[in-house]
Design a protein around this ligand. Structure first.
Ligand code: ADP
Ligand code: MG
Length: 728
């Protein structure tokens, strides 16, 4: 079916115009860089659809690995078929009728009966089939979806056909995520074509020498395994991305990512930053005004930051500290270092609520010091915005707080000395570039509570210096977490009431905003609580669809105690700090990730009182979901949560791919252990020592992979669409 292509005689005029392509490794004919449009059956419409998914070359097609498999080794029983499932059936096709489809003379609807020796049979239909004979009277294997057909009898729709006399069918049929224009069969042919055309060309970034020395699986072999699994392959491991082949892909990609980080680090080290070494009058005044003394790790972090800011190269540092460890104070301190050194500071937060809270706290602490700070979010009116922007540009304003509005709308600060990003995992790695564009000399401090194992942090943030807050402020008592069934909600309400009666405050977090009848909605829950168990208490409502002024008002009332219970969506997830809150109820908790639940739980336990977190399971929650929450209840801190999360779900959250789509990693879901990330880091370092510029012929694959990752990373920047390019 595929057009014979001879890569040697046809120069690949349709190749990427990448300069790297000219330096191919010796001897390799480059069939895999051929455009997929050279495969017969792939017309302009189909190739455009594949290009849109970044599948341009035969090599790209190989990298587009199946996301699930159909096991053709099994045989189903016709009598037990359920509509909505898939079936693999053997039999002989009979009573085939073939009639034209209305309005499309060349297309036919074909139906028939698959009959088994036992006498059982099932109707089979193909819509929109090109007319042509179906093999009848010979043993066949059909694999396809079961629908409910005429008279509610099950029928097999559009199955794949394998002629058992002609050849033995494949053991496992790969299923790809594809655009509507491209059939599974056609994509399978593109893949086979790619394998056939290849004449010893290598794929992947890891150089051969490194691969051999470390006994790593070759990438082409890995692709072969995943596209054409051997008869004895484990379906379970294939489906969960846990084969050696998956590991090889993830390792190769992580290797590339590590090269990218190393390059970024080299670039950053070369930059000059604002030197912030003024007299410490403001920072001293701030410290003196605090109602508490700093924790030892806060002091250590402050010293690390001050020392680096005083130097002439640009600071790129990340501050890692669990929820509630006191990162905000470090941010304020660093901002004041800039101001007292004659520079400006910008502090960016992922939500308006959090930006507002930071601004309010800062104003309370620092207005007495005569500092001029502003808040810049999306909600500011144009005239006011214009005035603020001019003042910022002139340098009249010393500290700017804001959301993404701070970096996205052409804001300029004449003397930006430090840019601080709170909850940086919400932004993604490549946002750094934008923030730094705000002021070319700005030092950068990022802060995150992403629970992240220490060793991973070292690797993931290789291009950054790391400060960490390893202890909580004194007097904190770990949040007591319990999992309960929805049916127990009344007794949970009673616990909430008891806390409120002691003068404390509570959160109630729900997945939905509206729906009077849906118990999982903010509206219904607020109504229920107001009229029943919490009658007499002030219940406030908070969600993302409220007007900013309303949100402010409710938050302020909650902070001041005028509202005692806040019924809210996850808008309170990050950063919100109300120390009097001692109890949080999270409804339908199984819907959230571990890291997110840990963040939510961090809304309480911020004062000296003991706090509780109730994770309420919906009745439809599965047993594994319950087990996951039970494990979270046992984890005391972010590090423990991170380790478990990584083991149970893969590292998507850690890399920010789930939340922001900001990282160009498509095989990250195949990482099941930290060791892989560490190994990739070591391999990258080893190779860079050997070939720092990646200039050798052996580095060809690495160079190309790196170029693609950077290009992809930046072209995808800020786009929420990465998910569609990832293996589901
Ligand atoms: P996070 O690290 O989650 O951003 P915050 O900066 O919001 O944490 O701090 C949590 C709470 O702890 C705040 O109420 C803050 O005022 C308080 N806090 C910060 N540092 C200390 C300290 N050294 N001693 C006591 N309380 C502190
Ligand atoms: Mg915070």
């Amino acid at each position: 079916m595929t057009r014979p292509a001879s890569p040697g005689s046809h120069p690949d005029s349709s190749d990427h115009p990448s300069s790297l392509d000219h330096q191919s490794s010796p001897g390799a004919q480059k069939a895999l860089t051929a455009n997929i449009a050279t495969v017969a059956g792939v017309g302009p419409r189909r190739s455009a659809a594949l290009f849109a998914r970044h599948i341009t070359t035969l090599g790209d097609a190989l990298a587009h690995v199946p996301y699930r498999y159909e096991d053709l080794r099994r045989r189903d029983d016709i009598a037990a078929l359920q509509p909505g499932t898939t079936a693999v059936l053997e039999g002989v096709l009979q009573n085939v009728v073939d009639r034209p489809m209305a309005g499309r003379w060349s297309r036919r609807m074909v139906s028939g009966l698959l009959k088994q020796p036992s006498g059982k049979s099932i109707r089979v239909v193909w819509f929109n089939l090109r007319s042509g004979g179906l093999p009848s009277g010979e043993p066949l294997l059909l694999a396809g979806r079961v629908n409910s057909g005429p008279n509610k009898l099950p029928e097999l729709v559009h199955p794949e056909i394998y002629r058992l006399r002609a050849a033995s069918p494949p053991a496992l049929r790969p299923i790809y995520s594809l655009p509507a224009e491209v059939s599974q069969r056609l994509f399978g042919e593109i893949v086979s074509h790619a394998f056939k055309q290849n004449r010893g060309e290598r794929l992947g970034a890891i150089p051969l020498q490194l691969q051999k020395r470390n006994n790593l699986c070759d990438i082409l072999d890995a692709f072969q395994y995943l596209h054409q699994p051997p008869v004895d392959a484990s379906l379970e491991r294939l489906q969960t991305g846990a084969t050696e082949a998956h590991r090889a892909l993830a390792l190769d990609e992580m290797f590339t990512f590590q090269l990218a980080l190393a390059r970024e680090r080299a670039r950053l080290q070369a930059r000059n930053g604002a030197v912030l070494n003024g007299p410490a009058d403001l920072t001293n005044a701030l410290r003196a005004s605090l109602p508490f003394s700093l924790t030892p790790s806060q002091v250590r972090s402050i010293n690390e930051i001050s020392a680096e800011l005083a130097g002439s190269s640009q600071m790129n540092r990340i501050l890692i500290g669990d929820v509630g460890s006191g990162k905000t104070m470090i941010a304020f301190y660093a901002a004041l270092r800039a101001v007292e050194s004659g520079w400006q500071a910008a502090i960016m937060a992922p939500t308006e609520l959090l930006a507002e809270q930071h601004f309010a706290t800062f104003s309370r602490l620092c207005s007495p010091l005569g500092i001029n700070a502003v808040l810049l979010t999306g909600k500011i009116r144009p005239a006011e915005r214009g005035r603020l922007l001019r003042a910022l540009r002139r340098g009249d304003i010393q500290v700017a707080f804001g959301t993404q509005a701070l970096i996205q709308e052409g804001v300029a600060m004449s003397r930006l000395g430090i840019a601080i990003i709170d909850e940086q995992h919400r932004f993604g790695v490549f946002d750094r570039a934008r923030l730094m564009a705000l002021g070319s000399q700005a030092n950068v401090l990022m802060m995150t509570a992403t629970p992240i194992p220490r060793s991973l942090a070292r690797t993931l943030f290789r291009s950054l210096h790391v400060s960490s807050l390893d202890e909580m402020p004194p007097g904190r008592i770990p949040v007591k977490t319990e999992v309960v069934d929805e049916a127990m909600l009344n007794s949970v309400d009673a616990k909430v009431r008891a806390e409120l009666e002691l003068g404390r405050r509570a959160y109630y977090v729900l997945p939905l905003i509206e729906g009077q009848d849906d118990p999982d909605s903010v509206a219904a829950t607020a109504k229920r609580l107001r009229s029943t168990s919490l009658k007499g208490f002030a219940v406030g409502v908070l969600h993302g669809r409220m007007r900013p002024a309303e949100k402010d008002e409710v938050m302020r009332q909650f902070r001041d105690g005028a509202v005692q219970l806040l019924v809210s969506t996850t808008v309170v997830e990050v950063g919100i700090d109300v120390p009097e809150a001692t109890i949080i109820v999270i409804v339908a908790a199984e819907r959230y990730g571990m890291a997110q639940l840990h963040q939510l739980r961090g809304r309480v336990g911020r004062g000296g009182d003991s706090s509780q977190c109730w994770l309420v399971l919906s009745h439809q929650a599965s047993a594994p979901a319950r087990a996951r929450l039970e494990r979270l209840a046992q984890c005391k801190n972010g590090e423990e949560v991170a380790r478990m999360d990584l083991l149970t779900r893969g590292p998507g959250d850690l890399f920010g791919t789930r939340q922001t789509g900001a990282l160009p990693l498509r095989f990250a879901g195949f990482i099941h252990d930290l060791a892989l990330i560490e190994q990739a880091g070591e391999l990258a370092q080893e190779w860079l020592q050997h070939d720092p510029e990646l200039a050798s012929r052996e580095s060809w694959g690495a160079r190309q992979a790196l170029a693609r990752m950077l290009e992809f990373g930046f072209s995808m920047h800020g786009s929420p669409n990465l998910e569609s390019h990832m293996i589901p």
